[in-house]
Design a protein around this ligand. Structure first.
Ligand code: ADP
Ligand code: MG
Ligand code: MG
Length: 210
């Protein structure tokens, strides 16, 4: 099993399927500390992304698939998450251009580029109770796995596990970016919806490996 173009296609199909099922739960997380639309935003975005990816006849690299995903997300997801996820996928695409099969190192490069893109675009950093708290640890875990000589698949599992832990660890945090920051201290005690959706997306990437 390799992280190739077919994997990237399966990833996006799997992400779209996951988000149909998780839509209400993500809306609920966003209802607690935002405006309740995160599940519906991402569901719409990933259905559009999956449609465009299936219509993409001639992709020969994961980067080409991710580029189409980025443009679908930017054009169909309103609010904060559209441009942030669009930037994440666009940066991951650009950082891996021309690579038909990702090594652990390529994965680390992709996730680091995505994490940096989100932080730049959002003018935000880790610890602010945003999707940075999932992307950042995922990038670090992939880099550590790559440095330790692990396979691409093991690096991906490590990244998804780190994103999951990062999303859960947003619960006690007070939000200082995005809509949740309007609540101040009252944002504590709830999981950040964007960190949770990032964990779901990386879990879908793992499922797509097999
Ligand atoms: P909106 O808040 O515009 O309705 P969504 O509900 O789709 O957009 O997305 C909200 C998520 O976006 C938050 O849970 C958070 O993870 C993420 N987010 C919001 N602002 C920022 C930011 N400045 N930096 C990083 N992530 C952010
Ligand atoms: Mg919202
Ligand atoms: Mg909104």
């Amino acid at each position: 099993m390799t992280l190739d173009t077919a994997w990237a296609r399966r990833w996006i199909a799997e992400a779209a399927a996951t988000l149909v099922g998780e839509r209400d739960r993500l809306n609920g997380l966003d209802r607690a500390i935002g405006d309740g639309d995160h599940g519906e935003n991402l569901d719409r975005g990933f259905q559009a992304a999956a449609d465009r990816v299936s219509g993409l006849a001639d992709a020969t690299t994961p980067a080409e698939v991710l580029k189409v995903v980025a443009s679908a997300l930017i054009s169909t997801v309103g609010g904060a998450a559209g441009p942030l996820y669009g930037t994440a996928f666009a940066r991951a695409s650009r950082a891996t251009a021309g690579e038909p099969e990702w090594s652990a190192e390529t994965l680390a490069t992709a996730l680091t580029a995505a994490a940096e893109g989100v932080a730049e675009r959002g003018k935000s950093t880790r610890g602010e109770k945003t999707m940075n708290d999932a992307w950042g640890p995922a990038a670090d875990a992939a880099s550590a796995a790559s440095g330790a000589g692990e396979s691409a698949e093991k690096a991906l599992v490590a990244a998804a596990d780190a994103a999951r832990a990062g999303a859960e660890a947003t619960e006690p945090l007070v939000a200082t970016k995005g809509r949740a920051s309007y609540l101040g201290d009252r944002s504590a005690g709830h999981r950040d919806p964007g960190a949770e959706s990032t964990a779901l997306l990386l879990a879908a990437a793992v499922t797509a490996v097999s």
